[in-house]
Design a protein. Sequence first.
Length: 708
Amino acid sequence: MVTYHSDYAERVYAGWLGKMIGVRHGANIENWSYERIERAFGEITGYLYDFKNFAADDDINGPIFFMQALRDLPLGEKVSAKQMGDTWLNYIGDGHGFFWWGGYGKSTEHTAYDNLKAGIEAPRSGSMEQNSRTVAEQIGGQIFSDVWGLLAPCDEQEAADLAGKMASVSHDQNGIYGGRFVAACCAAAFHANSIHEVIVRGLSTIPQDSEYARVVADMVRFHNEQPEDWRACFRYVQAHYGYDRYPGVCHIIPNAAVVVLGLLYGEGDFSRSINIANMCGWDTDCNVGNVGAILGVLVGLTGIDEAWRKPINDFVCLSSLIGSRNIQDLANVAKETVAISKRYFIGKEIAHNQGLHAHYDFELPGSTHAFRNAGPDGAMLMTSCVNTDAAAYYGKRSLQVCFSSLYGGGSYRTFLQTYYTPEDFNDSRYDPSFTPCFFPGQTLSMHVYVPRGEEEHLAARLYVRNLTDGTFLYGDKVELPLEEWICLRWTVPPIPNAVIGEVGIEWIPLAEIYISPKSLVAYIDEVTFSGQAEIHQSFQASAMEVWNPLHREVRQLTYLRGLWTLEDGRLTGSGATGDIEAYTGGHYFNDYTFESTLTPLTGSSHGLLFRVQGALRSYAALIEDNHLLLLKKKRQGWTELAKVPYVLQHHRELTLSVNARGNHFEVRVDGKQMLDYIDNDHPYLNGQVGFINRKGSRTAYASCSVQS
């Protein structure tokens, strides 16, 4: 049964770290051969590439968003494969981002998504009968499946069953068995005494006469006979389970052999295991990610060297439909995993943090929540953000901030990046797009402690950085007491057209001149974002973000499908079929008034979205076919809640607004109330805002606002 030991949260965090480390480690040599890797790098002992920030990857997108299937269920309900398929449709863009869109019948995930979109439900959507055995047995069945073991600690069968349901959305037979095996290994790692026991427990959850079980057993046999030479084992893999023996772009069986080889020959050592798996080649980010997740859980945080953790700094970039969830950190991902697990298995509802939209507590050992430091331009200094138990406002841990040299008048910042642009990455891997994590109108709170040390005459102020014009906006400056926790709190005023790219604290040395520069050590704890956003956006002031010639995004927007771009100072959206949707704002927004000035250009359908929880759950205020409609979207499609006649006029600008308070919605056109409705049927109480048209229409939006 699922069992929660006292170190459950830490082991989950270690599993996520191992997953992220492995994916990053293998990413830039994906699809390289063993021989090419050996020629280029020889013996691998650490990361092969440096990144400004590691961009999105399907191996991370999948597990983080697939586990939302359990969170989105009514409390006490058990998940089905069909509901897991709905999770795909809700969080994944149509034909872009998230995973590889290599074509129907070539990319297994692309094939499954198109099946789901066409109404072919899981598990038929991933079945051999629907897609062929070749498509159904590619690698994707196992690469996303570690998360089910993290969610079901110590229960290999439960983890395997959950993984099997999700894998069945896109895969079949060996494709499903691989998902079951990897998930079971992760679950086993919470209580197994060795990697060999992990593998045995994982193997017990799949048919013993399957090809997947055969390759696992063969790797175990070879290791027992030649335990010292992993390269000999890989030569055996090449000869008996190589890519030349299996059809498709990336078959699961050759890569399963590599995963088990890495686990066995790594002998329970995290670094050795992921390095061996990486040196084998083939689907490196997937294989090393699976190995890293299993080993991370097995060895825990103390078994993962700091050299692997530091370059990641907890940061996670994702490329789902929900832009405010595409900037995350591993510590909070781990905490969410724990919360989802306990909600699903023991009925413990997830706490809503008393209105907090974000909470950074540094309680997991080594966690930084992706906080960073910056000093004056051109300054020669060293800085660090290090998790510590030397001080804490609440709990046992905090973030220690160090600057080696301070000069009066300089700007020294500790911050969280709340929006990313193409310049922050080396590539456009899996086409990420974002909405900010923090908006004007919201409140930033931070607890600060300054011990006695070299620099004792210090002030601080909270700040935000607006990427639209590069300016900084500051809260009140406060002189910091020594050896006393102080709470700094600031509600950011409305800023028209703002893109908040940083939030943080500026440290201000108060002495003007030092004979020799002094250093700073301070601690921060319990950082929170709360309050209602206030957005005032003219699209004349917005911009296109160009990642590469094929990946262009409107700043602060994500989209489901269609063509969304800026033209003549307006946001325009159009498409041929289906719901043409784009989103912005926070997934946690609750009560607000959303207003936009729009112009119908062509077609009969033009409107706004509100309380957007993904592509399958939202409300729409839509002018369509000479009516004003209030609609609600569920898995089954749109339901009409209310409507009144309204004559559409092309190329005439109008102002459309929705006031959402609890389950009560009012819709206005040009200031006149047109619809008033109370939804008593499981209303959506939170979600993003967005833009929509249908039926081959094209709409221009000049501006939008969100106010509480």
